[in-house]
Ligand binder design. Structure first.
Ligand SMILES: [Zn+2]
Length: 318
């Protein structure tokens, strides 16, 4: 073959040759990187677990736990789980508190919440501490509480949330209608004392409670309620940090502090569960240290609003 003929043929197939060469180079690079990554162990085939809300201490609002020992509840749950209706996971993505790195502006917000008040001794003390640190909080109140304090709480810029009128699990969770009636009762009491029609809810025991099943004996109730209350203009809030102040009769302030440190670690938006009853004196005792610690971690303290981040337990149990 004459050189000229060869060059002519080469020129005709030039584009094809370039494409094949490019493909070979890309393949070589890919193979090189893949083998390097594999040998260094940087390939991770384990599914990434999300930054789930810690639920280890939840569902322990122990105001109404006399009829079943906690051990009984756990055993019943594990042995009869097959009889429980399919568990729905509501808003599981929304319920996850985003990890710190997802807030590049570094903003850290703490929503302190106080359940089961107002109370004659603790409420004024809690308000005094909050005022001292210029911290805003949310009080999830009960109908049997010291209702004359409601106006003071609201006037100081805190949010009044609806917890329950009676806080008797066997009654409020006995049926859908019973829960709604209880909710309306506490709503009206709050309105009568403050002129505020609150739409912020915390279910007794949280949305993941099992009391609605074992005390209210109403299968599927939380699955229905969590959807329906939101569809009717309410927002319900669980918590992401349990202080454990209801896990025992009187939790030592050190225990409360340890729980706050443990469960707030590496989170940028937290909702802290505490209790406002006269019996929970150590909660008030621990409060200044809790606020100072969280402030030192960069948290600011806000009251919950309808626009606050969603704090939902990841999994419903009924
Ligand atoms: Zn409660």
């Amino acid at each position: 073959m004459k050189l000229r003929t060869f060059l002519k043929k080469f020129y005709k197939n030039k584009n094809l040759l370039i494409s094949v060469s490019a493909l070979l180079v890309v393949s070589l690079i890919a193979i090189t990187y893949a083998s390097a990554a594999f040998s260094s162990g940087s390939f991770n085939f384990t599914p990434t677990t999300s930054d789930s809300i810690d639920q280890t201490s939840e569902g322990t609002e122990t105001i109404d736990t006399t009829s079943l020992a906690s051990q009984d509840v756990i055993n019943t749950e594990s042995t009869e789980s097959s009889a429980i209706p399919a568990v729905a996971i509501v808003s599981s993505q929304e319920s996850i508190v985003p990890p710190l790195e997802q807030f590049p502006d570094g903003s850290k917000v703490c929503y302190l919440t106080f359940d089961d008040g107002p109370s004659s001794v603790s409420t004024p003390q809690i308000l005094e501490v909050l005022s001292r640190y210029n911290a805003k909080a949310t009080f999830f109140v009960v109908g049997t509480g010291k209702l004359e304090y409601l106006k003071t709480i609201a006037d100081q810029g805190h949010t009044i949330g609806l917890h329950t009128d009676s806080h008797v699990y066997a009654n409020i969770y006995s049926s859908y209608e019973a829960y709604i009636a209880d909710l309306e009762a506490i709503s009206n009491k709050v309105y009568d004392h403050t002129g505020i029609r609150s739409t912020i809810i915390r279910f007794p025991g949280g949305s993941s409670n099992i009391s609605s099943l074992y005390k209210g004996k109403c299968p599927g109730l939380m699955t229905r309620l969590t959807v329906d209350v939101e569809a009717n203009g309410y927002r319900y809030f669980d918590w992401s940090v349990s202080t454990g102040d209801a896990d025992q009769k009187l939790a030592p302030p050190e225990t409360i502090m340890e729980n706050v440190k443990k469960f707030s670690n590496n989170k940028s938006q937290i909702c802290v569960l505490m209790h406002d009853t006269n019996a929970k004196s150590t909660t008030v005792e621990a409060l200044p240290a809790v606020i100072e610690y969280l402030a030192s971690q960069g948290f600011e303290f806000r009251a919950l609003t309808m626009d606050s981040p969603v704090f939902h337990h990841e999994k419903l149990n009924n």
